[in-house]
Design a protein around this ligand. Structure first.
Ligand code: SF4
Length: 395
């Protein structure tokens, strides 16, 4: 990004968890960064940017870059609360909507509870108001995020209110798709499954990072769930919502993970056939309980285990992608691209979250064809597939 700054823009601003935790180290190590903003400084975001600009006596240039980030939009500050002014960096169609901050789950490998503190929900009216503002800016898809979205409301209202929040968000007319990410398995209630099953605006998409399946490892990770419960929840979701997409993420090489425990995980992935799956090698995070555990696994073993599961998932994914050929999908068209002198529109189905999942390439005949389709929903027939992406044609 520093190289990018030198060629394309004037400032490099870094914000987020790492800044909060390692502020003084980063200050020394990254002189090319013009401004660091800690988590507790977000409310002064614009002030800090203004100070940066004024000190350097140059103006911020609004620029479009050549990646898929459209011009930054600055939204007006809602009247009734004090969350910082909203900046959309994700383009014209979708925006993330944060419903809580922090995490109280204390998984033993994770540093987030130490950096961001316990889970704190945002009041529902405040979230709905922000969603309304996003909708008025033309956003069509809202993506609900928090460290664990299923905990939404527990601290404020005494019980999880995620299902109720989703129902209320779906009443905002201009919002067409609602997706929620990062659901802790134990937090997926019957009410939540019913809400997803019955509300046409809520994407039939569950992102459930299970991390592992061996009960011994789950316990060492301090995950408040078990193999049996995870299996039960996945079955329940698939029974209720036949055309559902389930994504998960896993950690391999957690301290003490034996060959047999890894095999158990491998078998589970093989049997469950997740629609989407990511695997991470365990990383020893400073200050976490797991970092102090004995039997840390050698990095070559972690790498080999990760590769093994990724290879397996590639086969699972290929079969799933193949089964989509011939189906008609609703696609949100977001961009266009030229490949081998051919022009394609690029879009996503409701089964694909931006950045992490696949896209659909839609072949169009001429340079003018489909010009008016960008930022709209269309129906397309899937004609072929690549590793993780689909190819289609307009229907
Ligand atoms: S892994 Fe997720 S659920 Fe566990 S402590 Fe970290 S943020 Fe919370």
């Amino acid at each position: 990004m520093a190289e990018y700054k030198n060629k394309n823009c004037k400032y490099l601003v870094v914000m987020g968890c790492l800044v909060q935790r390692y502020y003084s180290d980063l200050l020394k190590e990254l002189p090319e960064v013009d401004l660091f903003i800690k988590l507790d400084e977000y409310k002064n975001f614009w002030q800090k940017i203004n100070d940066l600009v004024e000190n350097k006596k140059v103006e911020i240039s609004k620029h479009k870059n050549n990646i898929k980030i459209s011009e930054v939009k600055k939204l007006p500050l809602p009247k009734m609360n004090d969350f910082f002014e909203r900046v959309i960096t994700t383009g014209d169609n979708y925006a993330y909507l944060k419903i809580g901050e922090g995490c109280s789950n204390k998984c033993t490998y994770c540093a987030i509870p130490y950096i961001r503190g316990p889970f704190v929900s945002r009041p529902m009216e405040e979230i709905l108001e922000e969603a309304q503002i996003l909708a008025e800016q033309g956003i069509k898809e809202i993506i609900i995020i928090a460290q664990d979205t299923t905990k939404y409301g527990v601290d404020l209202y005494g019980k999880s209110k995620l299902a109720e929040l989703l129902q209320k968000l779906s009443k905002i007319e201009k919002i067409k798709w609602i997706r929620f990410l990062y659901s802790y398995p134990e937090g997926i209630t019957d009410e939540l499954i019913e809400t997803v099953a019955n509300n046409p605006k809520i994407c039939k998409y569950f992102d459930i990072p299970i991390q592992h399946i061996s009960n011994t490892i789950l316990k060492k990770m301090n995950r408040q769930t078990s193999k049996e419960n995870i299996e039960k929840i996945i079955k329940k979701i698939r029974d209720k919502i036949p055309y559902v997409t389930i994504r998960t993420s896993l950690i391999v090489g957690f301290p003490g993970e034996s060959e047999n425990q890894f095999k158990e995980l491998y078998k589970f992935v093989e049997d469950t056939k997740f629609d989407k799956l990511g695997v991470f090698e365990y990383s020893r995070e400073e200050g976490t309980p797991a970092a102090k555990l004995p039997e840390q696994i050698h990095h070559s073993t972690k790498r080999a285990r990760r590769n093994k599961i990724m290879k397996l998932q590639q086969e699972v994914s290929n079969k799933l992608m193949k089964s989509k050929v011939g189906k008609i999908e609703e696609v949100l068209i977001e961009d266009e691209v030229y490949k081998n002198n051919k022009r394609y529109l690029i879009g996503r189905t409701s089964h694909d979250a931006p950045d992490i999942d696949g896209i659909v390439y839609i072949n169009v005949k001429s340079d003018m064809d489909g010009n008016n389709l960008i930022n709209t929903f269309i129906k397309c027939t899937i004609t072929d597939y690549l590793n993780y992406d689909l190819i289609g044609k307009l229907t």
